[in-house]
Design a protein around this ligand. Sequence first.
Ligand SMILES: [Zn+2]
Length: 347
Amino acid sequence: MQKMKVATIYSPYDVRIEEVEKPEVGPRDFLVKLRSVALCGSDLPYYKGTLLGITYPLPPGEPGHECAGEVVKVAEDLPDELLQIVEQCSGVPVHKIKEIMEGDRVYVEVHNAYAEYAKVPVIGETRHGFAPRIFELPESISFDEGTFLGLLASTIHCIKLAEIKLGDDVAIFGLGPTGLLMTQLARIQGADNIIGVDLMKERLKLGEELGASEVVNASDEDPFEKVRELTHGKGVDVAIEAVGQVSETINQAIKSTKKGGNVVSFGVYSKPIDNFDIHEYYSRQLTLKASLGNTPHELILAEELLISGRVKLKPLITHRLPFHKIGKGLEIFDKKLEGAVKVIIQC
Ligand SMILES: [Zn+2]
């Protein structure tokens, strides 16, 4: 039996590289040699043990899910009727799956991608309840950039929910990878003032470079006061929370939004939080929406934005580490060391 390397999270903060059997694939599975795996904010609760109801060790390779690689084996039994179902579940159009050939470069969504190889069943469910996805990458996009396809689609989903109109003022709380993508998308959408809020000066600088009109360092200034000043006392039309887990940022987003405005919660909340400011939300008749995942159309839109170069990804990739240093990568990403924004593991 051929072996491959995987990373297994044995207990919180304990990541080990080990060898397991290379996945066996059936006639309805693709096998992909992974080349780049991006660490995602939603991986961190698994790494840190803050998610309710999970047991350790995690299954090998979990929870890696943002990845890109080369197809080494194509699923051969793909009748049209099956592909219609696949399109409905995963959102990848039938022709896109049929076109995939051995050697093609693909974006892949699975749930165990801290590994050298990933089996991608065309029908199934990932740990997060989504269908697995395989999607050919445009020629001009590197494996590292290709790992962003699903994330970009998810931020497009959030921006759509935000209903930003031409000339709107927008505040984005959290300039991590998703906040920086949404800064660019809000600009494309025609926002006027885009106010980026973060605690890290490296991220604030990136925010300015990628389209924010103003940035607020929340460790020096009260974001709410600053947003009020920048919007002549009115507050923003739309606020996006892209931090998650804590009450401060969602409360600041709510407080900074003008009466009747939209607040979209994008950051991950894996358990209930205390001190949610329902009074501010209620009294100013805000609309609060949660954004999770993306739709088929948004995946295609993400591909188009990557091809056109209108959304910039390269500045977001601050760290690239070899596979055996994935534990170090998770530490850098978790503690935001060395100005980390997006950390890519190269297999
Ligand atoms: Zn993710």
